[in-house]
Design a protein around this ligand. Sequence first.
Ligand code: NAD
Length: 491
Amino acid sequence: MEQSALFTIFGGTGDLAKRKLYPSLFRLYKKGTLKEHFAVIGTARRPWSDEHYREIVKETIQELQPTPEEAENFSNHFYYLSHNVNDTKHYDELRVLTDKLDEQYQLSNNRIYYLAMAPQFFGTIVEHLQSQRILTENGFNRLVIEKPFGFDYDSANELNQQIRAVFPEKDIFRIDHYLGKEMIQNISVVRFANNIFESMWNNRYIDNVQITFSESLGVEDRGGYYENSGALKDMVQNHILQVVSLLAMEVPVSFSDESIRLEKVKVLEAIRRYTPEEVEDNFVRGQYDAGKLDGTEFAPYRKEPNVAEDSSTETFVAGKFLIDNFRWSGVPFYIRTGKRMTEKGTRINVIFKQVPVNVFHFDNEDEQELAQNVLTIYIQPTEGFSLTLNGKQIGQGFNPEPVKMDFRQSAEVTENSPEAYEKLLLDALRGDGTNFSHWDEVANSWEIVDRIRKTWDQSTPEFPNYAAGTMGPKAAFELLEKNGHEWNWHP
Ligand code: NAD
């Protein structure tokens, strides 16, 4: 169904706008979700003309192979306004253009403000949207904002108060692009549409849960940004804790944004708040050293561009979360994420407990233990899931052996599936906040992560401590071993 809205993209000349937003808007255009009744205002400091802006927009959609006519018609909906977000006068020009386009394209006063800029500008932008009367009374006003949402609880809270002074929570769409990914969304379907899993989804049957977000790339050209962030804030505070809450939440009353959020927040509230001693016991940080993988030599993190020579920034985190509620008490949720690891892969392993008694006797003396059942959810690069069960080895005797039932989406289906940003933009157009982070989730995540950060900041780590091309420091393996577990990482 066609949606009508005006998108105002702050940071319209930036990397995110060009790489993600314009191609995603074009996909929505090709599908007819955006047709005649939409317009885009790109704003940034550079003095571009509409013509130049449209040429840039056309370049960004080349990969999607538009016909010349499609590219022309699509890009004609784009307008550029040179604008310094700190300058009040510019917002008056923005209001004039906004009102004009609203009338020209009959946009019913529906407005989406996309802040594709550094967070320090969010406060001033939203204040000006209100004070310069760009917000409308009839029609919707929705704010889409990018991560990072603050750099700790206090800064996130301050940012939130600034935004909430202007926008109600229901109109704020905090992007966590992982929530737009197909297989992350599939977690809920696997859980709530399959009785075999939901009936066993608790501490009676599940031994431990493992979540891995590994990257083979190093910090590339983002050293400046990463030095102020590190893996804990860049990955754990947002993406990983979102995945933990989706895996651990109770069945929502209905599949609506409000019911889901309610359940996710309860999980985050039940995650144990660690003392400094518990942080030391349950969390491991790492930084990559030089290393070699498949014949390629990699430099250490400390030699990457814009990185301090004695940097203590972590490029790896592993940890154990405990959820103190009836369903999960005693089940560790292990997480790990890092750069320059052996391979790129985002994967969840749900490891089931052993049967109470093994009645089979293995012929082979070394193999006396049954394999545990494992449900694996593959998020990227391949998408799908697998289930490891024990079957009988063909031949004499009753030797059990693990057998894997494996389902992966075909490359064709994956390629043609909507991109995360496309889905999230459509959700924002429809006013559906299911796949965005609510403030209560953000606040809880920061509270959890701040405790880890504060403990770590009390001492200087012995970095570097893992070779590029490996799965992280030794301590990340010992973390599981001391609980009698090990990372499950089969392809
Ligand atoms: P970028 O540096 O490429 O773009 C920033 C934009 O802001 C540019 O258009 C610039 O002209 C504009 N700008 C800066 N100061 C301005 C001012 N005073 N007035 C008006 N315009 C100004 O940044 P980006 O990579 O596009 O990231 C934008 C936001 O999205 C950031 O918050 C970032 O953390 C987040 N983000 C980006 C990515 C990504 O893939 N690039 C991924 C996740 C989150």
